[in-house]
Each structure stands twice: as C-alpha cells, then as structure tokens.
Design a protein around this ligand. Structure first.
Ligand SMILES: [Zn+2]
Length: 406
C-alpha cells in the first residue's frame, strides 16, 4: 500500500528555511558585495524573507555588513559580504610519504597548511590513524586557539571508501577493511563536529571546483597522482559517486593484460605503470636497492633534475609513462566528455615531460575530434588538493543552509 502525505509538516517548513538560507548564502558567496534588495531580486525570494534570513546570518557571523554604497540608482543600500571568520573547516589527506592538514574559513581563506612526513604505505592502519589524529588535534588546537569554531573534518585516502567512511581496500597503502571514519571518531572522541572520510580523488575535484583553474567547469576530472591513481569526476556539476561510492577507480583499469603486476593483485593496470612507486621504479632503478622507498620527494627531485639535464633514458621513460597517462585520459574523454582532466601529485610535478606525449595519445584514442574539446592540464593547486577539498567538503553543510551548532 502506498500512502501519500500532502499536508506540509513542521519539518518541511524548516527544510524550506534551510533551502532559502542556502540560496542566500550562495548568492552572497558568488556576488558579494550585494544588498538585501539585490538578493531578493536575483533569487525571487520576497524581501521580508531575505531580511529575516540575513538577520539570522548576521547573528551567526556567516555574513557581515560592509557599509553603504552610493554608486547606484536610488537609496544607498547596506552591502553584505560573506564572513565566516569565526569558523574553520579541516581537511586531511594520506599521501605516499606524508600527511597533510589544511584549515580554511568559510570565505575559503586558507588558515594553515601543515605537512608531516609519514610512510603510510609501510605503516599499519592503526599507526596511520594515530598520526592523523595527532595532526588533526594540533590543527584543531590552533584554530580554536584563534577563537574559531571547527565545523567539520574530512580525511581523503587513496583507495575505496564506502558510505560509512570505511576503507574496504586501499591497495597502495596495503589496507583492507579499515573502519577509518569510526576509528577517527573514537580517537578524537566528542568533537561536536562531523568527521568524514572520502577518496582523495573526490576531494581533489571538489577543491578544483572551488579553487582551481577550472572553477566554473561543470564537467571536470581530477586525476590523482601518488601512491595510487584515481579519478574524481564532476559530471553536470555533481560529483559522480556510483551506487556504493566506488566510481572513479581509473587506476585499476587494465591497459595491457601482459603489463606489470599491480599492488591490487591484477596485471597491467594504469596504476601499475603510472603511480608514483611505478614511476620511481621505472626511472630510478637504483632507488629501491637499500629497501623499499618511503620518502618519495627526493626521488621525484632526482627525476626532475635528470629530465632538465636531458637524460635520454629518463626522457624516454617519461614519454612512455605519458602515453599510458594519455591512454587512461582517453577512457575518461570517451566515457564522460569532460571539459578538462587536471592531473595532480607527481603527474603535475612531471607535467612538462608527461603531458606532451599524453595529449597526443589522448587525441589519438578519443573518438570525438580534438578529444571532444577535453584539455589535459596540470592542476594549479599544490599537492594539498585533497586536503583542501576535505575542508571544502566540511563547509558544505553550512553552504547547504544548516546553521553551525556552536
Ligand atoms: Zn590494479
């Protein structure tokens, strides 16, 4: 039996107010400075509603007044801009050889970026959780010491993340069935804010959407480079997650059945030839002589130095890796027709040598002319893209119209 409730419930009225609040906040974020009348005219909300919502947002210091403007027809109006200075959101990421934490305020200003060397691929999940918690606590201490309220914290990991924030598999880290969000919440105890986990690729593309070179794009992919290779996909302006949240595992598409073994147990995956450990193995055969590489930054510097000096073996190796990258990008271009694929991590560092070959491969393997208009570029965000996106994700509840609880 199907029952239909048509009468508006009190919660529905609350939801309308939340939705209207989100509309007002979004307008101020995109069009500040603007007046209450501007907001009403642009959003179609009536003036009394806008006025009441703005009063509430002023009370919570989510927006502030900047004075009057006389540069317009009619009466001078009080202009509004986004404030959010009393609030901070945190993002963390687990990298190949480091952990990063970023804090931003509601206006998107970066309050801190801290990087800590940490060998996550050789550490146990429990050790990684402890290190993440230590780093998070320090960042929480810093921003709360500045009088700010933390709105939320999101951690990006290079692997599969389920809807409960667990990590069923992160082959680059050697993780299987790690209840990461639950472990973090237990270790951080009563935080009073949301603690979430997502893939580093999903968070990185959120950072691109907000801070990157293609911020206005609605169809965009960020391809992570690091211990793993993953695609964060925006399609029609929305993050593509798939049924269980496992979309975007481009790194484990098989490009060559006879290719090298991959940490996932298969053979010839894109990650097996282009992820950071594979790149270091391929270009610096001596790097693993004294045991597994745990600090990738010096190795990456060596590759860049050799490429700059025109070392023919390194240049040929980079071009080959670039062709694999372009092959992977062509799958995205054929399937999704994005405006751009931006590459991060070591792909961005090595972009001058990888992308020329990758672009040729992309165009050759994409059915649509000119690769369907898809540009292949290095990310303009630094290697903290996923952490930055984690902070952006933590702001999303406020931007969706929920008021901070503090
Ligand atoms: Zn694989």
């Amino acid at each position: 039996m199907i029952s239909i409730h048509n009468e508006p419930q009190p919660t529905d009225l609350g939801d309308v107010r939340v939705a209207n609040r989100a509309v007002v906040l979004r307008h101020v974020r995109l069009h500040a400075p603007c007046s209450r009348a501007d907001i009403a005219a642009a959003t179609g909300l009536n003036k009394a509603t806008v006025s009441s919502l703005v009063t509430e947002l002023l009370d919570r210091r989510l927006v502030r007044e900047t004075g009057l403007t006389g540069n317009r027809v009619g009466r001078p109006a009080t202009m509004l801009v986004l404030d959010g200075a009393p609030y901070a959101a945190l993002g963390l990421q687990v990298g190949a050889d480091d952990l990063v934490v970023v804090a931003v305020d509601l206006g998107g200003n970066r309050l801190l970026t801290w990087r800590r060397a940490f060998p996550a691929p050789t550490a146990s999940p429990a050790e990684t959780v402890r290190a993440l918690v230590t780093l998070a606590r320090r960042a929480i201490g810093r921003v709360t010491g500045q009088g700010r309220t933390v709105l939320g914290l999101t951690v990006g990991v290079p692997g599969l993340v389920d809807t409960a924030g667990g990590v069923p598999l992160a082959s680059g880290l050697g993780w299987r069935d790690v209840p990461l969000a639950a472990d973090l919440r237990a270790a951080l105890r009563e935080t009073g804010f949301t603690v979430a986990v997502d893939t580093d690729a999903n968070l990185a593309v959120l950072a691109e959407q907000r801070h990157g070179g293609y911020a206005a794009a609605t169809d965009l992919v960020h391809l992570t480079g690091g211990i793993s290779v993953g695609a964060g996909v925006l399609a029609g302006g929305r993050l593509l997650r798939g049924g269980r949240g496992h979309a975007g595992e481009l790194g484990h598409l098989c490009l060559d059945p006879a290719g090298p073994p991959c940490p996932c147990g298969r053979r010839g995956c894109l990650a097996a030839s282009t992820a950071l450990p594979a790149v270091v193995d391929r270009l610096l055969p001596d790097a693993g002589r004294d045991g597994p590489v745990t600090d990738y930054l010096p190795e990456l510097d060596r590759i860049v130095a050799s490429a700059r000096q025109g070392d023919p073996a390194v240049l040929a190796g980079l071009a080959e890796i670039g062709r694999h990258l372009g092959h992977g990008a062509s799958i995205l271009a054929n399937l999704l027709n994005p405006e751009a694929i931006v590459v991060g991590g070591h792909f961005a560092t090595l972009a001058p040598w990888l992308l020329p070959a990758a672009r040729i491969e992309l165009a050759a393997r994409t059915l649509a002319p000119q690769a369907g208009g898809c540009r292949l570029e290095a990310s303009t965000l630094d290697s903290a893209a996923a952490a930055l996106g984690g902070a952006a994700a933590a702001l999303a509840t406020i931007e969706a119209g929920r008021l901070p609880t503090a």
